[in-house]
Design a protein around this ligand. Structure first.
Ligand SMILES: Cc1ncc(COP(=O)(O)O)c(C=O)c1O
Length: 387
């Protein structure tokens, strides 16, 4: 048996390694508080679960779904975009439900990337942008997100010959892992850059509804020309605490959406229909849960920022997304510091290097830890010396 060489280029998925380390410690009886993974701790709102339970009883939903998704779901996604962002989408041509946005993010590379082609990928960034590119036979070109640029890419610093060769550019705001946000002016610039070099843009936006202090993150699709050259990936995972149900969407340019549909229709058979119906309920039903979740996350953010500040671990206060991107003390690599934190306090975080070279020197805390575990974590940190 001979495995394909492309597998040699894939590092182990970041969180698998972290989960293993945590599991080993737990097996030894250690009490680990994990701030490592961005998976909401609070349950899916009950009206959504109730709807899904009812839908699960309907035999129509026991059969194969269609990759294109239920018309009602595509309609609900288009309505949600109109209400939330004022963006008009054709539910038949400009909306495609996904089995979680990660699935679509990985697969869209197959629509654009041929052997040796370049995709512009943010560094630090969500690992799937680069991995999808590699699996499609392409080369990620890592565009640094520097703190001094508010973790936005500097388009002018991308070498001309790279931009000319690139086929696709990934963006992600509100950003994982840095918590940075982008305004419409930035998205305008991105569209100009993409038009100059004939690039497609994929904007990954699962965190637009996780925001604090009254801030409302915009959609890339609000830029009138965005639909000519790009798509946006969105997800119900973080908005409605539905990570386990696996449902997201791609919206935007009809040709790109159709290309992704063609790839997917040859690989998957869509999203279980009861889950699609629950998603309709989530998108059309009460949105109060978003306000409630954000109030909880904001309180957690403020508490954690305070103790990190006291420890000398500098972090910007994020306006959106549920991550705190903190600097490690001088002299430590992100991995060494993550290990020290885990060994000395039983607190797990993710090392910045896991998100790319530019993530070195940082660690990421996720705020998706229950309130009482957060309090315990904060107590441990208050009684600890970082250096
Ligand atoms: C930036 C970013 N994009 C996409 C995803 C995937 O979300 P899902 O597949 O649950 O929709 C995540 C999950 O952590 C993420 O952080």
């Amino acid at each position: 048996m001979q495995l394909a060489k492309r597998l040699d280029r894939l590092p182990p998925y970041l969180f698998v390694g972290i989960s293993q380390k945590i599991a080993e410690k737990q097996a030894r009886g250690e009490d680990i508080i994990s701030f490592a993974i961005g998976d909401p701790d609070l349950p899916t709102p009950s009206h959504i679960i109730e709807y899904m339970c009812q839908a699960a009883h309907d035999p129509v939903n026991h059969r194969y779904p269609e990759t294109i998704g239920l018309p009602e779901l595509r309609q609900a996604i288009a309505e949600w975009y109109r209400k939330r962002f004022g963006v008009i989408l054709d539910p038949d041509k400009e909306v495609l439900p996904l089995i979680g946005s990660k699935e679509g993010i990985g697969h869209i590379a197959l629509c654009f990337i041929e052997s040796g082609d370049i995709a512009l990928v943010p560094d630090p960034g969500y690992p799937v942008f680069a991995m999808g590119t590699i699996l499609a036979g392409g080369e990620p070109y890592f565009v640094p997100l520097k703190e001094e640029n508010d973790f936005l890419p500097d388009f002018e610093a991308i070498p001309e010959e790279i931009a000319k060769k690139a086929k696709l550019m990934w963006l992600n705001y509100p950003n994982n892992p840095t918590g940075a946000t982008a305004d419409l002016g930035f998205f305008e610039k991105a569209v100009h850059f993409a038009q100059r070099y004939d690039l497609a843009i994929c904007h990954d936006a699962p965190y637009t509804e996780v925001a604090f202090d009254g801030y409302k993150p915009p959609s890339f699709m609000q830029i009138p020309k965005a639909k000519e050259i790009g798509v946006e990936f969105h997800s119900l995972s973080k908005t409605y605490h539905m990570t386990g149900w696996r449902i997201g969407m791609a919206v935007g340019n009809a040709e790109m959406i159709h290309a992704l549909f063609r790839v997917k229709s040859n690989l998957d058979s869509g999203i279980p229909q009861a889950i699609q119906q629950a998603a309709v309920e989530a998108l059309r039903g009460s949105q109060n849960c978003i306000v409630e979740h954000n109030a909880i996350l904001q309180r957690r953010r403020d508490k954690l920022i305070k103790v990190l500040d006291e420890l000398g671990l500098k972090a910007r206060v994020p306006k959106a997304a549920f991550y705190i991107w903190a600097k490690v003390p001088q002299g430590y690599s992100s991995i060494d510091f993550t290990q020290k934190l885990l060994d000395e306090t039983g607190i797990a975080v993710t090392p910045g290097i896991g998100y790319g070279k530019e993530g070195e020197g940082y660690i990421r805390f996720s705020l998706t830890v229950s309130d009482d575990r957060l309090e315990q974590g904060i107590n441990r940190l208050s009684n600890w010396k970082a250096v």
